[in-house]
Design a protein around this ligand. Structure first.
Ligand code: NDP
Ligand code: 8X3
Length: 259
């Protein structure tokens, strides 16, 4: 049976890599994001290269009505959703709490927490009716340990971690797997967004650590999604070799290399 995956925030980074990985493996791909041109470009690329069906859903996840309409539209085009990847999210700014920009706070809370909830509220009933499905929630190492100036971003990811645990309990009776994936530093557009387009500053975050790549996260999601039906990975933290937690990391050059 042809399987379907819905990935939020697939116009770049993890979401795009996950869409590509599952397209390579024959899934019907549903991708969301605000940048319509990027959605259309990815659809064309995946359909041409992998001969799979790709459905684009162009909306802002912070807008509840847009989320409801998009999933209603999607239901007219597909008969089931096997996997939901709650990936869309961002960090905006990096400031001490007394200096924080409250618009940035609203943006992070509305996207990372409320957006994830809006989508899940529409998709979970479909999986419940199927009595099967797999929800991935993309948290972060910042969901486990808070770091300096990360305050509100970390709080949104702690919320994702809590919701991941809660969803697994609520959906336990319906054969729905719920998996939290918690990546450490990965070079995507994440830091460019966090630093409001300052590409030099963003590059500096990853310059000396040999960071994770988006494809590493796609491979991890694929691994979790292809385990036997009775096995559910609840929670998985993944970092590059030079990072231990959201707090401790070293430079690649300082790592002791084998003789
Ligand atoms: P990117 O910036 O590369 O991708 C973010 C994606 O989220 C884009 O596709 C973007 O699409 C989408 N998005 C953001 N805001 C909205 C919105 N309001 N409505 C709809 N879509 C939105 O970053 P990553 O791939 O790195 O980030 C993906 C997830 O991984 C995020 O939740 C992030 O917090 C998390 N993460 C990232 C880490 C990293 O180091 N990179 C580490 C740990 C977790 P568009 O702009 O087109 O709407
Ligand atoms: C993204 C990882 O450490 O840049 O969640 O906040 S970090």
């Amino acid at each position: 049976m042809n399987k379907t995956i819905l990935i939020t925030g697939a116009t770049s980074g993890f979401g795009k890599a996950i869409a590509t990985k599952f397209a390579q493996n024959g899934y019907t791909i549903c991708i969301t994001g605000r940048r319509e041109d990027r959605l259309e470009e990815l659809k064309k690329e995946l359909e041409t290269t992998y001969k799979v069906k790709v459905i684009t859903l162009n909306f802002d996840i912070r807008n509840k009505q847009e989320v409801i309409s998009a999933i209603d539209d999607l239901k007219k085009q597909i008969s089931r959703i096997d996997i939901l990847v709650n990936n869309a999210g961002l960090a905006a700014g990096l400031s001490s709490i007394e200096d924080g920009d409250t618009d940035d706070w609203d943006n992070m809370i509305d996207t990372n927490v409320k957006g994830l909830l809006y989508i899940t509220r529409q998709v979970a009933p479909i999986m419940k009716q199927q009595a099967s499905g797999h929800i991935f929630n993309i948290g972060s190492t910042a969901a486990k340990i808070v770091y300096k100036n990360g305050n509100v971003y970390c709080a949104t990811k702690f919320a994702v971690d809590a919701l991941n645990q809660a969803m697994r309990i609520d959906l336990l009776s319906y054969g729905i797997k719920v998996t939290g994936i918690h990546p450490g530093m990965a070079e995507t557009e994440f830091s460019i967004v966090r630093f409001k387009g300052d590409e030099e500053r963003a590059k500096g975050v990853y310059a000396e650590i040999n960071p994770l790549k988006a494809e590493d996260i796609a491979d991890t999601v694929w691994y979790c999604a292809t385990l036997p039906p009775h096995v559910c990975i609840n929670d998985l933290t993944i970092t590059c070799l030079t990072q231990a937690t959201s707090f401790y990391s070293i430079k690649e050059a300082d790592r002791v290399k084998p003789e």
